[in-house]
Design a protein. Structure first.
Length: 314
């Protein structure tokens, strides 16, 4: 199969028929084989009924329905598992991503040999204060920490070589940083394409103010995981040992001073004694945190297990 189009969605009943028809028209004009996989992330409207109707009318439409809302990353992860196309393209369901971009994205993967191509919504129709400014801050921080020179990490319109999406796991809220996950997996040729950003035609945005806080927390998480995800003891153990040694040396110094000055030196009346004890305790706690993190990282077999209520064609 040439193409898999993965569309995560939440309460987008109005846009789905128009979007699927538009995608099919663009791809059929190029003569490629394809599938459209729609992942209903626990919608409370009639989105799933629309997907069922589209699937009954068109064999290329497939669906996955979550039993509850898990988030975009979970939806993408399940879509990646189900996809069969040599090139995989993700896009949002709100018609703000244009299917007319599909041919060029596919060409960059097939002919230019990119592993991943990320869209860049250079001209946006979003509110500058609530979206553009925070987005620029996130992207600048992500570029600095990852070394990947992309202008729009969070753009939902992306194209992947099949091998890329079969080698990465997307969990939590890490959909914003899929290029970083791909880089960790060893895929270095990551490109960018300026894409059209269209005004929202139906409904309202599903993201609130919490996405700004989550973005910074995700960046901190992904930066830590990139360096210490497989070896957390190297982080916690290093600083735990350092803190413990500082406290131990301080305690040793105070004990020697006590022996030297005898009755004129009181340990328990000196703030330095309590600081030294606190530093030793912190060191032990950090070391134990590293040990527990090692156990967790080696036994998290259910990290990407989700309750899926129904499937169609996958």
């Amino acid at each position: 199969m040439d193409l898999s189009i993965i569309i995560p969605l939440f309460n987008e009943e109005e846009s789905l028929p128009e979007l699927s028809e538009w995608i099919a028209r663009v791809i059929n004009n190029n003569g490629w084989s394809f599938e459209i996989i729609m992942i209903d992330d626990g919608s409370t409207d009639t989105s799933w009924e629309v997907i069922e109707k589209l699937s009954a009318e068109n064999s290329y439409v497939k669906g996955i329905r979550f039993q509850r809302n898990y988030g975009k990353a979970a939806a993408l992860n399940e879509g990646f598992k189900a996809s069969q196309g040599d090139v995989v393209i993700t896009m949002d369901a709100d018609l703000q991503d244009s299917p007319d971009e599909i041919p060029e994205l596919r060409r960059m993967i097939i002919e230019d040999k990119y592993d991943l191509v990320s869209g860049w919504k250079k001209k946006r129709y979003d509110n500058t204060f609530t979206k553009n400014l925070p987005s620029k801050l996130f992207n600048a921080a992500a570029r600095k920490s990852s070394g990947i020179q992309l202008n729009d990490f969070n753009c939902g319109l992306k194209a992947y070589r099949k091998k890329v999406i079969k080698c990465i796991e997307v969990y939590g809220e890490m959909h914003r940083y899929i290029p970083v996950l791909a880089k960790w997996a060893g895929f270095r040729k990551i490109g960018e394409k300026v894409v059209e950003h269209r005004p929202r035609k139906y409904g309202t945005t599903k993201f609130g103010w919490e996405r700004f806080i989550n973005g910074f927390l995700d960046l901190a998480t992904i930066t830590f995981i990139s360096k210490f995800g497989k070896r957390p003891m190297h982080f916690f153990g290093l600083y735990g040992t350092l803190f413990f040694l500082i406290g131990l040396i301080s305690c040793g110094y105070l004990c020697v001073a006590k022996l030297h000055y005898a009755d004129n030196f009181s340990l328990t009346n000196r703030p330095a004694f309590y600081l030294a004890m606190t530093t030793m305790i912190m060191g032990l706690q950090l070391f134990l945190a590293g040990f527990i993190a090692e156990l967790v990282s080696r036994n998290s077999s259910e990290r990407n297990t989700y309750l899926i209520e129904k499937k169609i064609g996958v």
